[in-house]
Ligand binder design. Structure first.
Ligand code: G6P
Length: 610
């Protein structure tokens, strides 16, 4: 992952770099650094920990860091500990080059061995070899040196490079890692994410694999992997600032949990009205769904994968078509049994998760139909997919996703209704009922927030000292349990496991001891009574069971320690409401433990390495 920013423009660049890095901090926050060029000399400033540390150090060294051209980096460590020595930018021994990197150089050790006779190394990173290699090949032409160096590197990388012989320029290149160049009103930029630059609008260019780009204050030039200049057409983008303050909430996560009614309304209204689902960026002929579609494969990572686990049951139930859900990092290295009659669905908030992108590219090779559910419109997954459903969760800052998860879930519901209609596998009456429920979800999420916040807060008091927590559920509820468990361990650091309710007795029920919390998810489906039996099994072994269910189960006789009720909706969509108290529960548990809720340790929001 890691975030890159660079600017050649008017005005002091240091504050712009720091501000940009703060916007990129979601990509990693182990350490950070900047390098600025002035009077043909490169000065860098690096610090371990969050950007706030770098901000303080840079402001104390303001005079040394004067200049209009510079690059910055926020790191999520892959090679080497998060120390100052391993923080980027890295520099060449003659101090002519400074370089920032996002990605992984796979043959770094090999290259390092070869370079050790002529160069000294000061870090354990894979990045340092890149700057040393470029410096080795440099005579007078940076483009040529970058070109030659990159040919020796394997893996994925995006580089931002300064050379003191060209004090008004930044050079950049990319190979499998996202990086864009932007021409704005105050200068030209390179960035991992358009949201990080301080411009209202601009022309932007994606740096494609192997391309090298040279930016100065008012121009962006492109070269192909052979070093020949090429012309590229810009894409236009409006960069109107989205609200990124906490709006009175103590943490972004809590704010984003409470933004869900709005985020879901915006997403639902983008494709649903009371009569139908319209997916304006899906251009698959009706006949495909009716006569050709043989199976659907959903591929994603992390929480997005959990939406797939839930979506599978919704789609199978409504569309009568088999659905497999695959972890992208596994699927990308498999030999999938797919063909042109397979619909492959990729779910990604960021639209840039490396494994999900690789899975998408693999499916395209097999001529499968590709469809992505993506939150970031300008992202690479959105661009490379033949069909897209955009979610409208808005910018999500907290590393632990909440509103983007919920927006992905409703998009899968919409896709299920859309396909079921084409395949004529649901009646008109059923479709009507589903659409009504879909449209009423934002209000029901609002009610759920109002009704369950205090309950979740109170429950967190009962569980926050636990060392292990179990989450169990069946079918739709299993995916919800997985998400509840991930949220809990991600931000509270309490070990938690999710289990398909019936599976617990095949081993790990032995871990249930007196007082072990078990959060049971039990929605109103035919299998509620089965979950109730599993609850009895763990209760009998001393577990403290907390049931999260919907109001239609109010009369069910199930013996638990406490119950959180959410409003009822159709069983297919119930997960959207059941997950809300689980998000709140993990939030309040982590808060009691005084964790860094928005930036949990060792994680990053956008995972652009495999
Ligand atoms: C990271 C985030 C998760 C997210 C996953 C997939 O692990 O912490 O919240 O679900 O990546 O990200 P994507 O952007 O592809 O949805």
């Amino acid at each position: 992952m890691c975030g890159i920013i660079g600017k050649a423009g008017i005005g002091e660049v240091m504050p712009e770099l720091i501000k940009g890095l703060e916007m990129l901090e979601y990509r990693g926050y182990d350490s950070a650094g900047i390098a600025v060029i002035h009077n043909e000399k490169i000065t860098r400033c690096r610090e371990s920990g969050k950007i706030i540390n770098l901000r303080e150090k840079s402001e104390n060294n303001r005079e040394e860091l004067t200049g209009n051209v510079g690059i910055g980096h926020t790191r999520w460590a892959t090679h080497g500990k998060p120390t100052v020595e391993n923080a980027h930018p890295h520099i060449s021994n003659n101090k002519k080059f400074a370089l920032v990197h996002n990605g992984i150089i796979e043959n770094a050790e090999e290259i390092k061995k070869a370079l050790l006779t002529s160069e000294e190394f000061y870090s354990q990173t894979d990045t340092e070899v890149a700057v040393k290699l470029i410096s080795k090949f440099y005579k007078t032409d940076v483009i040529s040196a970058v070109k030659t160096a990159c040919k020796e590197l394997t893996g994925t990388f995006a580089f931002g490079i300064l050379c003191s012989d060209f004090p008004d320029k930044i050079f950049a290149t990319a190979q499998g890692s996202p990086l864009v160049a932007v021409k704005g009103a105050t200068g030209c930029w390179i960035t991992s994410d358009l949201g990080a630059i301080n411009e209202k609008s601009g022309e932007f260019y994606r740096i494609a694999n192997g391309e090298i780009c040279e930016i100065s204050k008012d121009s962006i030039l492109f070269y192909n992997s052979e070093g020949e200049e090429i012309k590229k057409s810009p894409e236009r983008v409006s960069l109107t600032e989205e609200t990124v303050n906490k709006g009175g909430y103590e943490h972004f996560m809590l704010k984003e949990i409470f933004e869900q009614p709005f985020a879901i309304k915006k997403t639902v209204l983008s494709f649903a009205d009371k009569n139908s689902i319209k997916l304006e960026n899906v251009n698959i002929p009706d006949e495909f769904f009716k006569d050709k579609l043989e199976r659907i494969i959903i591929t994603a990572c992390g929480s997005a994968y959990h939406t797939g686990l839930i979506g599978k049951h919704v789609i199978e139930k409504l569309c009568k078509i088999p659905v497999n859900v695959e972890i992208a990092s596994e699927f990308r290295y498999s030999e999938p049994l797919i063909n042109e009659n397979t619909l492959t669905v990729f779910i990604s908030q960021s639209g840039e998760t490396a494994d999900t992108l690789a899975a998408l590219r693999l499916c395209k090779k097999y001529n499968a139909k590709t469809l992505s559910i993506v939150n970031v419109k300008s992202s690479i997954i959105a661009k490379e997919s033949d069909n897209v459903i955009f979610t409208y969760a808005g910018k999500e800052i907290a590393v632990a996703t909440t509103k983007a998860f919920s927006a992905q879930l409703v998009s899968l519901y919409a896709l299920a209704i859309f396909i079921a209609e084409k395949r004529e596998t649901i009646s008109n009456q059923k479709k009507q009922k589903l659409l009504n429920e879909l449209l009423s979800l934002p209000d029901k999420i609002n009610t759920t927030l109002l009704k369950t916040t205090d309950k979740a807060k109170a429950l967190s008091k009962k569980i926050y000292k636990s060392t292990d927590i179990f989450f169990i559920g069946r079918l739709y509820d299993y995916g919800t349990a997985c998400e509840g468990s991930l949220k809990m361990k991600e931000i509270s650091y309490i070990n938690s496991q999710s289990y398909a309710s019936g599976e617990l007795k095949h081993g790990t029920i032995s871990l249930i001891e007196n007082g072990t919390p078990v959060i049971a998810i039990g929605s109103n489906t035919e299998v509620f009574s089965k979950t109730a039996s599993n609850i009895a099994e763990v209760k009998a072994r001393g577990a403290k069971v907390f049931l999260v269910t919907d109001e239609s189960e109010k009369d069910a006789s199930v013996f638990v320690d406490d119950i959180i009720y959410v409003p009822s909706t159709t069983p297919e969509f119930q997960s959207s409401l059941l997950v809300i108290p689980l998000q709140l529960l993990s939030y309040y548990t982590a808060k009691r433990l005084e964790r860094d809720i928005d930036k949990p340790k060792n994680l990053a929001k956008s995972v652009t390495v495999e």
